[in-house]
Design a protein around this ligand. Structure first.
Ligand code: PLP
Length: 476
């Protein structure tokens, strides 16, 4: 496979695999540190009220351990920082663009590349070009920014993920899979010409970082070929998805992450990417397609919203860091330790019977706020409450992924009531140690013990778009 054979020499087995001892350790050592600050409980109470009980509105200097997101919060390597110094800040035709293009072609296998400032820039362009007003966009569970751009382009998102994804206790190994019967029913009901494309994400963020199997994407490709429907991939955490395929799917145990990634992408027509996750950078995104006609349109539109097609809103140095980050991200030992750390936290919490989404997914622990605060109805924002309580207890910042994130149905104006009401403890890549995970686990246990005395929240300010980012709450 193009560009992947040479990776093998860089992916030696871990000590655990060689000797049957510990299964993973971080494949790096720390060269620079950033001190953490801890404020008192009284100060946390004050800033939490000022932030309207919304963890997005806290100042980061008031946070002790920041598990808000894995987006743009990772640590870059010494190679990436060295690459930043090689930034070619030309307006047009920067050498760093060509390095980025080559990295995406090599590791993801797509032909044509459009850089964007971050993932939603790519979602915007793709939605505007590929969706016609009134069309449907089926996908394996919504994602906030993705669905909004699909709706702004006149599309209607339809959830066609397997039922197991909506059940936090189901141990199904590929809870990100698309249910092809649901997809077929949609086509029978609405007609293939009214389907813009299939919006496939690997892994599925809102379901708890759950993977899609290779068998599922292959079957999806066959299905979509009969109708001439395109499949576009949200590749934001596709490297992590490849790890689960390697671990769980027959026939992939001896394939490298790089090989699995490239094979998976080959069943899709293109991808959009928030490089701030898998690609190990603090800012950036891209769009990649195989169809030259579609590419022409995208590369023209990017100039309107992001910048010329050889920088798309990014500095040359940022593109260089992404190119290097892509090669680092597909190293087997990197992915193993990244997911190993998430699992370490998951195992601690499971041992204390803390309710959460199982199996533990790729990038985060998703606490099941419905069961955590079983006395709170969903319109008292249990997941938002949990995020606020965790901050108050220990200065740990997490994020709501429940009714506030789901927003409102643009047609009826009612809240969407998602089955999953989750609080996400998102682990940044290469940033925290196992000792930090111990502190987090103890804090979650402490608020779990106090759960029956916890009050819910009411929303007192609701912005029009993506309300969870800026909404304000008061305690009931
Ligand atoms: C699955 C998924 N898709 C798309 C995005 C949007 O990317 P960005 O935040 O870079 O705009 C994100 C990040 O929040 C994401 O998690």
């Amino acid at each position: 496979m193009k560009g992947t054979q040479h990776m093998d020499q860089f992916t030696p087995k871990t000590m655990g695999q060689q000797f049957g001892r510990r299964s993973w350790a971080e494949p790096w050592k720390i060269k620079m540190v950033e001190p953490l600050r801890m404020i008192s409980r009284e100060q946390r109470q004050k800033v939490l009220v000022e932030a309207g009980y919304n963890t997005f509105l806290l100042k980061s200097e008031d946070v002790y351990i920041d598990l808000l997101t894995d987006s743009g919060t990772g640590a870059m390597s010494d190679r990436q920082w060295a690459g930043m110094m090689l930034g070619d800040e030309a307006y047009a035709g920067s050498r760093n663009f060509y390095n980025l293009e080559a990295a995406i072609q090599t590791y993801y296998g797509y032909k044509y590349i459009v850089p964007t400032h971050q993932g939603r820039g790519a979602e915007h362009l793709l939605s505007q070009v590929v969706i016609q007003r009134g069309q449907f966009v089926p996908g394996n569970m919504y994602f906030t920014t993705t669905r909004l751009h699909q709706e702004l382009a006149g599309g209607t998102f339809v959830d066609v993920i397997v039922d197991e994804a909506h059940d936090p206790q189901s141990l199904y190994p590929f809870k990100g899979n698309i249910d092809l019967d649901k997809l077929e029913a949609l086509v029978q009901r609405e007609g293939a010409q009214n389907i813009a494309y299939v919006s496939l994400a690997g892994t599925v963020n809102m379901a708890g970082g759950q993977p899609v199997s290779m068998a599922n994407v292959k079957a999806l490709r066959q299905w979509s070929n009969q109708y001439g429907i395109k499949v576009f991939l949200d590749a934001t955490r596709m490297v992590e998805n490849a790890f689960f395929i390697q671990e769980r799917e027959a026939g992939y145990a001896d394939k490298s992450i790089a090989e699995i990634l490239c094979e998976f992408c080959s069943y899709t027509d293109g991808a959009w990417m928030s490089a701030k996750k898998d690609n190990l950078v603090n800012i950036g995104g891209w769009l990649a397609v195989n169809d030259p006609v579609l590419f022409e349109e995208l590369r023209n539109l990017v100039i309107v919203f992001e910048g010329l097609h050889t920088y798309g809103g990014l500095a040359g140095r940022d593109m260089e860091a992404i190119a290097i980050g892509i090669a680092e991200s597909v190293q087997d030992d990197h992915v193993r330790s990244r997911i190993g750390q998430v699992r370490y936290l998951g195992d601690l919490l499971s041992a204390w019977d803390i309710p959460m989404v199982l199996p533990v997914g790729g990038h985060a622990i998703f606490l099941d706020a419905r069961r955590f605060y079983s006395h709170l109805p969903q319109d008292q924002f249990p997941a938002q409450t949990l995020a606020a309580e965790l901050y108050l207890d220990s200065g740990i910042r997490s994020m709501e992924r429940g009714i506030a994130s789901a927003g409102r149905d643009p047609k009826t104006g009612d809240h969407y009531y998602p089955k999953l009401e989750l609080t996400r403890l998102t682990i940044p890549r290469r940033v925290y140690t196992q000792a930090h995970m111990d502190v987090v686990a103890e804090a979650v246990r402490a608020i779990y013990e106090e759960r029956e005395r916890t009050h819910g929240l009411k929303m007192v300010y609701e912005p029009k778009y993506l309300r969870f980012f800026q909404a304000r709450f008061e305690q009931l």
